[in-house]
Ligand binder design. Structure first.
Ligand code: PAF
Length: 279
């Protein structure tokens, strides 16, 4: 695997005739790779001639400085994982390479920015859009792969790709879970074994909702019961929303089609998110 650290090195690659005529699968990450990321690389390898991964802990998408500071960084291990998976290129730029002297186009994300992650992490999706725009513009992939654990992020990226007319197919890939049900996340590295056990209340609540979808006559009652269920555990709930999968807005009380439940919660200082498609 070839490691590229500058835009100049990357441009040299993307200007090659062989690159331009190949299908390019791109997996953007912030490092601290786990099996969720590995599954994206593997899928990308099965569908493209060239696979390129990026590792860049993007400062503009963190709305709390301590969260950025504490974000796990495991560079050497990440490189080994990518080499073992047969990734062709790794782009690992500095902050200056991405942000210096670059003017980002504005985008109005509308409702997507006002609900759930957008509401509780102001500016987060603007930061995600900036870095993904820049990476798409530089790497020019055929397909880009994202995990559905960040359900709202996938919706935002699809919206942005369409808005700026990038000729890129966005591939949304299933959440990979530990055997216990806990969704794989780079942030899990910061959880103790006891905290991991406590965090299972998220998955259990998602399942409670899925199993009880038909047992309550309104979404509001189901949501209230699910919040009570969640509070039996030790985590602090930030939000639990049952929304339409496409609009991410609260669904009609009686309509139980096309729903997803999304949860964000704190296990002590560590913020975790997860979701489950209901119907
Ligand atoms: O999902 C992530 O790891 C990040 O939000 C992404 C898409 C790599 C942008 O920094």
């Amino acid at each position: 695997m070839k490691i590229l650290r500058t835009v100049e090195e990357l441009n040299k690659l993307t200007n090659l005739e062989n690159y331009k005529s190949s299908s390019i699968g791109f997996v953007p990450t912030m490092g601290a790779l786990h099996q969720g990321h590995s599954s994206l690389i593997t899928k990308s390898k099965s569908e493209n001639q060239i696979v390129i991964c990026s590792i860049f802990v993007n400062p503009t998408q963190f709305n709390k400085p301590e969260d950025l500071e504490n974000y796990p960084r495991t560079e050497e291990k990440d490189i080994t994982i990518l080499e073992d998976l047969g990734c062709d290129y790794l782009f690992m730029p500095s902050i200056d390479e991405i942000y210096d002297n670059y003017i980002f186009p504005e985008i109005d994300l509308k409702e997507l920015e006002l609900v759930m992650e957008g509401k509780f992490r102001p500016g987060h999706f603007k930061g995600v859009c900036q870095v993904v725009y820049r990476l798409f513009d530089l790497i020019k992939p055929t397909k880009a792969y994202f995990g559905l654990k960040d359900f709202q992020q996938v919706a935002v990226i699809k919206f942005m790709t369409k808005h700026f007319l990038f000729p890129i197919e966005i591939i949304a890939c299933q959440t990979i879970r530990e055997e216990s049900g806990l969704a794989m996340s780079s942030r899990n590295l910061r959880l103790s074994e006891a905290e991991k056990k406590d965090s299972l209340i998220i998955f259990n609540t998602l399942q409670f909702i899925k199993e009880n979808l038909e047992n309550f006559d309104s979404i509001k009652t189901l949501k209230d019961k699910a919040i009570n269920y969640f509070h039996k555990g030790n985590l602090t709930l930030e939000y639990l929303e049952i929304v339409d999968q496409n609009t991410l807005t609260q669904s009609n009380e009686k309509v139980k089609k096309n729903l997803v439940v999304c949860i964000a919660a704190y296990c002590n200082k560590i913020r975790l998110i997860d979701n489950m498609i209901l119907s």
